[in-house]
Design a protein around this ligand. Structure first.
Ligand code: BG6
Ligand code: MG
Length: 188
């Protein structure tokens, strides 16, 4: 069967923003006196911002106002980091892969848990290339629920079975499999 569409995860697939998320969480955790390590950061791949903070806090209790203030500050730091992002930050082979998909007439989209997905793609200079951008605001249930990828397939009018998802996070691979997509896992 001919592949009808490719859906790319963003962070860790098109670009390696894990470092930016790490630096931002580290900064806010240092300010708050919350322990945080690179190893913990790895557990946050593909997780929404609030879910990430819940994981970081573990048993620690904070009131709702503090929780939201930490989220806002983390995002402000991450937005500072994004200012430094340029097309150079596209991972090796991505521009060539997009060119090849264009040449083959295969549409491609982004399916990301990030609410900053459009901004990241704009910084990378590729926002306009994608037929659809599904982000952290597109559906209510996050990966590993298949909802985001299914919404994108619907928007592109393609069947999941004839589409391929490219993911670096376990939750993302699971979401793709649950939605009946072909899936390519990248990274560790
Ligand atoms: C995912 C990242 O793509 O987006 C996570 O892998 C991140 O690390 C999540 O927490 C949410 O991103 P944002 O930009 O909405 O805080
Ligand atoms: Mg990812």
């Amino acid at each position: 069967m001919k592949v009808q569409a490719v859906i790319f995860d963003l962070d860790g697939v098109l670009t390696d923003t894990a470092e930016g998320h790490y630096l931002s969480w580290q900064r806010v955790c240092d300010e708050e006196g919350i322990p945080f390590t690179r190893q913990m950061n790895e557990q946050l791949r593909g997780r929404r911002r609030a879910d990430s903070l819940r994981l970081i806090l573990g048993e620690r209790q904070v009131d709702e106002a503090t929780f939201n203030a930490i989220l806002a500050r983390k995002n402000a730091y991450y937005l500072e980091y994004l200012e430094t992002l340029t097309p150079e930050a596209l991972l090796p082979g991505i521009p060539q892969l997009l060119d090849a998909l264009d040449a083959a007439g295969i549409p491609y989209a982004v399916g990301s848990a990030s609410r900053n997905a459009r901004r990241v793609l704009a910084q990378l200079g590729v926002l306009e290339r994608f037929a659809f951008v599904g982000d952290g605001n597109t559906v209510a249930r996050a990966k590993p629920a298949p909802d985001l990828f299914l919404a994108i397939a619907q928007a592109l009018d393609v069947s999941p079975a004839a589409s391929v998802v490219v993911e670096d996070a376990q939750a993302g691979v699971e979401a793709a499999l649950r939605g009946g997509f072909g899936v390519v896992g990248v990274g560790p």
